[in-house]
Structure formats: C-alpha cells, structure tokens
Design a protein around this ligand. Structure first.
Ligand code: KG4
Ligand code: ZN
Length: 363
C-alpha cells in the first residue's frame, strides 16, 4: 500500500453509543495529525435515570442533534463541505440504531458533495488515536479498555491487529459502571468510582483478583463484581466511608488484575513476534482516563523496557476526532468504502482470533 503525498482534511462522525460527536482532522503527508475542531455532545444526562445506556433513547437523541453537532464542528474549523477530502463515520461495533444514524448521515454528505466515504471501526479509532496525539509509530502493544471492550492487541499497521487477550465476561468500563450502580453512584460510573476511591481505603475489603497468574492473557471481572455486590448488601445502608472504601478496594483489585494480564500480554506478544513487538505500550478507550490504572501500567511498561503512551482523557473517551483520524489514515492508504457500506453491531478488530475459552465474549 502506498501512502498519499497530499494533505488530507477529514470529517469524522461518532454515534456508536451515548456520545454524539463530530470532528475535523488534518493529516499532513508526513503522517502527522492535527485536530481542527472536536465537538462532543454527551447524552449521559438522558440515560442517567436508567443507570446505563438505553439504545432507543440513544438513537433518537443522535437524530435530534447530529446535524447541529456537525455544523458546529465545521464552523469551529472555518470549513465547508466542499473543502473536505472525505467523510468518515463509525460503522460498528456499537448500538445499531445510533450507528445507522451516523453512517447514513455520512453517506448523505458523501453523496451530496461527491466525497469518499470511510466506514470506520470504532475500535480502530481508539487504536490509532495515539498516532494523532503522539505521532506513535508501529508496532505497538495496545491495551483497549472501554465500556464495551477489554482487549490487548498487537498493532503492526493500519488495519493490522492481532488479538492477544480479551475479557471472558464483563468489559472493564462495564465493571466500573455496574459497581457505581450497585452502590448508588451516577452514570457513567468510572469517573465517579475513581473520584470516591481517592478518599477510600483500598485494603479494607479483600476482593478477588480473577485470572491473576493464568497462562493466557485473558480478563474476567464478573467474580469481582459479585463479591462487591455481596459486600455492599452486607454493609447496607452504606455510609460515605463505606462507599469510598468499596470504590478504593474495587479499583485496587481491578487495576491489579489488568496489570497482571498486561504483563502476560507483553510476554506472549514478544514470544509470538520477537523483534516485531516494538517497545511501546499504548492504553486507549474510556477507562484509559483512570489515573490509577495508567500509573500501574506505567510501572509495568518501564519494567519491560517499554514506553507508555496514553492519549489525553478527552480523546480516550468516545469522540469524533478518533474517527476522523482513522478515516484519514485509511484514506492516505486508498482504503475507502462505497455507499453500500453497512452498519455492524459486532465487528472484531481481529476476526481471526480464536474464541476465548468459556467466553460469552464480546467482539
Ligand atoms: O470508550 P468509551 O467512551 O465508550 C465505549 O466505547 O465504551 O468508554 C466509556 C467507559 C465507561 O464505562 C466509563 O465508566 C469508563 O469508560 N470510564 C472510566 C473513567 N472514565 C471513563 N472508568 C474508570 N475510570 C475513569 N476515570
Ligand atoms: Zn469507545
């Protein structure tokens, strides 16, 4: 694949979950990127009463605001549609109603303005963000931790992902969100659990650390969640101190599990590809915003002789810039889609990866 020598300006649209987002990104011929505008409208307030994302509400809310969000992004960048080189939208994985809203809007723009369309995998957006923010070079080992996904992947190029480990049950962000819900904190739970954990005693409750020491690099969080629920029920009604200690003890267990699994992933990745493993550990996805996790992964990276790269928090959680950037990277390689591109609720980054044992695994 040859890379283009043109500067590329791409509109990116993200509607796979509960953020309606649009951004404009520019990619220089040398591969460096710049964000020209980045507008994110969170629907969190609309889902909060339900303690999680309600797909029907999400789809309707995307329809209501997407046009305006795109207009704001263009205005912020001082650009009009005819000045773009392509339009990119998340085509999966995610909630199908929201995906259809974003992808159909992108198709309409592409058709009306004769622009190439790029149907982006949301996970590829997270995976490539660090090339936009830090100019990271391939290869790197990616720790992808979000509300829907928990995986480690070897990344050797655009569109080239080898899954090393995945979760056998809940995603890490989901475990944070369920913890928050169980103890009466708001949605999304991750940031609130982290805030409360900072005031709590991580040693008060000895929660299980599932999978630690296991031969593979897979993750599991459901046993941890069950232990937390039992403890919360035993203590009810919960004092502020109980809540802080539960959060701190949960976070300590979760961070220890992820740390152990990532150490294992580094070893497996090195054993698999040797010199092609690189020396960079990248953390991406919403939970990468968690400072306790980033600190532990920093220690693990250093011990393995790796550099740790974590995009800024606003680019770890869902946003349009990551979709625009993945679109620009694909466009530079001539990888465009046609207007028949379909939205896909499931879309693994490494379709060839074997199903993990015992898994109700998410793609
Ligand atoms: O990547 P993202 O915005 O959406 C998905 O693609 O899933 O990730 C959202 C997830 C939520 O589960 C949220 O609770 C979690 O990331 N999260 C955090 C933190 N900030 C966001 N989890 C732990 N600590 C945080 N500071
Ligand atoms: Zn995401």
């Amino acid at each position: 694949m040859t890379s283009t020598m043109r500067t590329l300006t791409v509109l990116g649209i993200e509607t796979s979950c509960d953020e309606t987002a649009a951004a404009l990104v520019r990619r220089a011929p040398d591969g460096m990127g710049r964000i020209l505008a980045d507008v994110v409208r969170s629907q969190a307030g609309e889902h909060a009463p339900f303690g999680g994302v309600v797909p029907e509400i999400a789809a309707r809310a995307h329809v209501a605001v997407l046009d305006r969000v795109i207009g704001e992004a263009l205005a912020e960048a001082g650009l009009r549609f005819h000045q773009l080189d392509a339009v990119a939208a998340t085509a999966g994985p995610g909630l199908i109603g929201g995906l259809l809203v974003g992808l159909t809007t992108a198709k309409a723009i592409a058709f009306a303005h004769a622009l190439p369309l790029i149907a982006v995998n949301h996970l590829e957006g997270h995976a490539l963000t660090v090339r936009l923010t830090d100019g990271a070079r391939f290869p790197y080992l990616l720790v992808l931790v979000s509300g829907g996904h928990t995986q480690t992947l070897g990344v050797t190029g655009v569109g080239r992902y080898e899954r090393i480990g995945t979760t056998l049950d809940d995603a890490l962000g989901e475990a944070f969100d369920k913890t928050a819900k169980l103890i009466g904190l708001g949605y999304p739970g991750g940031p609130e659990v982290e805030r409360r954990a900072a005031e709590g005693n991580p040693a008060r409750f000895d929660f299980p650390r599932p999978m630690i020491g296991a031969d593979n690099a897979h993750f599991s969080f459901s046993g941890l969640k069950t232990a937390l629920r039992r403890q919360a029920e035993k203590l009810a009604p919960l004092s502020d101190t109980d809540i802080a200690d539960l959060c701190a003890s949960f976070q300590a267990a979760a961070v220890e599990v992820v740390g152990d699994r990532v150490e294992r992933a580094i070893a497996l990745w090195r054993a698999r590809v040797g010199g092609r493993a690189g020396r960079t550990l990248v953390v991406a996805g919403g939970v990468a915003a968690n400072r306790a996790l980033a600190a532990r992964l920093g220690e693990i990276a250093a011990a393995a002789g790796f550099d740790l790269l974590v995009p800024p928090a606003g680019l770890c959680t869902d946003n349009g810039a990551m979709i625009a950037w993945a679109g620009a990277e694909r466009l530079a390689l001539g990888l465009v889609d046609d207007l028949a591109a379909e939205a896909r609720a499931r879309w693994p980054l490494d379709p060839a990866a074997p199903v993990a044992a015992g898994a109700g695994v998410k793609a």
